[in-house]
Design a protein around this ligand. Structure first.
Ligand SMILES: *[C@@H]1O[C@H](CO)[C@@H](O)[C@H](O)[C@H]1NC(C)=O
Ligand SMILES: *[C@@H]1O[C@H](CO)[C@@H](O)[C@H](O)[C@H]1NC(C)=O
Ligand SMILES: *[C@@H]1O[C@H](CO)[C@@H](O)[C@H](O)[C@H]1NC(C)=O
Length: 395
């Protein structure tokens, strides 16, 4: 018997000379033949994989494994030639050889050949593709903020094999808005492809959660969330600047606030903070209802109006960028009809405390909308009288 190293040397010589110098089988014997094709494999980094080569009628020939792109001989029979501890060959003592690659690395990708040293030699090939699931490597902050009109840039660097595609989308499929030319031009998309998302001339409705999603066909797809904040001076609007209600009735004063960063919101009267007195005054209740990231309703209910409750109420909001307030004048409504007016407050007038372009969908639902077209024409006091008269006549 030859020693292992002698055998290996002999085989190397054989493969390089492409000559079979050892005992030739007689021509009457059956030639070696492959029983099945070598597989192709797509394997995730770090996993193990094997190629199976099945040869019948091998006779005195030998099976070798070759990495065909580098021409490196990896193994002859079960003897390893390549100095790679992650490679091994097993033989089932019949007709099957398996080349195992454990803990696959990117440079294991390529074409592998199972070869028999006949003349001419016989071989078959299989491909190994090593893939790496996507990863997002950015260590950058996951939140970004700017003042309204400013710019925000979010970046998401993804690695993987093949190179992942990076896609941006917003929570709840809200539109991503790109503004150009000082905000006059805009392009609205649901998704954006690219590692860097640049938002300029940001508006408050650009605020919210953004996701970067990296995928390359190798599961799992990964994503990262980014919080975008747009800051601005609070805006405060009362639904009705003038509210009339009869003595003894309950009234709700409605105030709509937009603010970011978070603001301190309050109802006050004659410099006294009503919210501070809520605990002591069972007649008052402030209810807040969140509309979205930066908008809320803050409604003040005053129960069973007394004479001292009439007057001016102020809804105010203050954050790091400034303070805004809006007033409601609550006045007494004289009614001669029994019970009428007690169930709901009389309403007149509604206006933002300053001109603004309201983003669609954020305008408060105006109660008593049917009266609003009148409001614009008439001074509120006269309007209130007209409405009182109209109501009186209708009943
Ligand atoms: C392996 O891939 C090659 C090239 O893509 C192809 O020609 C061959 O048929 C594949 N082999 C198998 C067993 O699918
Ligand atoms: C393949 O990559 C592995 C891990 O990065 C390394 O240890 C090995 O030396 C490389 N082999 C070759 C042939 O480049
Ligand atoms: C305040 O009033 C508005 C307008 O009627 C209403 O939409 C909102 O739900 C109210 N909020 C609360 C907390 O009652």
């Amino acid at each position: 018997m030859f020693s292992t190293s002698t055998k290996a040397a002999w085989w190397l010589a054989t493969f390089f000379s492409v000559l079979v110098t050892a005992e030739m089988p007689t021509q009457t014997e059956a030639e070696p033949e492959f029983l099945q094709a070598l597989e192709n494999h797509t394997v995730t980094l770090g996993r193990d994989v094997h190629f199976t080569c099945v040869v019948n009628h091998l006779s005195n020939y030998r099976v070798a494994w070759i990495k065909s792109d580098s021409k490196a001989i990896l193994a002859i029979h079960t003897n390893m030639v390549a100095l790679n501890p992650r490679l091994s060959v097993t033989y089932n003592n019949h007709n099957t050889w398996k080349l195992r690659v454990s803990n696959v690395q990117p440079n294991d990708s390529g074409t592998y050949m199972c070869q028999v040293n006949t003349d001419p030699m016989k071989s078959q090939m299989g491909h190994l593709s090593v893939v790496i699931p996507p990863d997002i490597v950015d260590s950058a902050t996951e939140g970004s903020s700017a003042q309204e009109g400013g710019s925000i840039r979010l970046t998401c660097t993804a690695t993987g094999l093949p190179t992942p595609a990076v896609l941006w989308r917003r929570q709840n499929n809200k539109p991503i808005v790109f503004r150009h030319d000082g905000g006059r031009e805009k392009k609205v998309v649901e998704t954006y492809r690219g590692e860097s998302l640049e938002l300029s001339h940001v508006q408050r409705n650009d605020m919210g959660t953004y996701y970067c999603i990296a995928s390359n066909g190798v599961p799992p797809t990964v994503s990262r969330r980014y919080q975008v904040e747009v800051h601005f001076i609070p805006q405060v609007k009362v639904t009705n600047q003038l509210v009339g209600a009869p003595l003894g009735s309950d009234v709700e004063l409605q105030c709509y606030i937009e603010a970011s960063p978070k603001a301190m919101n309050s109802w006050s009267r004659e410099d006294a903070l009503l919210s501070d007195k809520l605990a002591e005054n069972p007649k008052l209740r402030v209810k807040e209802a969140i509309v979205n990231e930066y908008s809320l309703w803050m409604n003040l209910t005053i129960k069973s109006l007394a004479l001292s409750d009439y007057g001016t109420y102020v809804c105010a909001s203050v954050n790091a960028l400034g303070k805004m307030e809006s007033q409601v004048s609550l006045h007494r409504l004289e009614l001669s009809m029994n019970g009428f007016g007690a169930e709901e407050p009389m309403v007149s007038g509604a206006a933002w405390q300053r001109a603004r372009s309201s983003p669609t969908g954020t305008r408060p639902a105006a109660s008593h909308a049917q009266y609003h077209h009148l409001t614009r024409e008439l001074p509120p006091q006269i309007y209130a009288l007209v409405i009182a008269l109209l109501r009186y006549l209708t009943f």
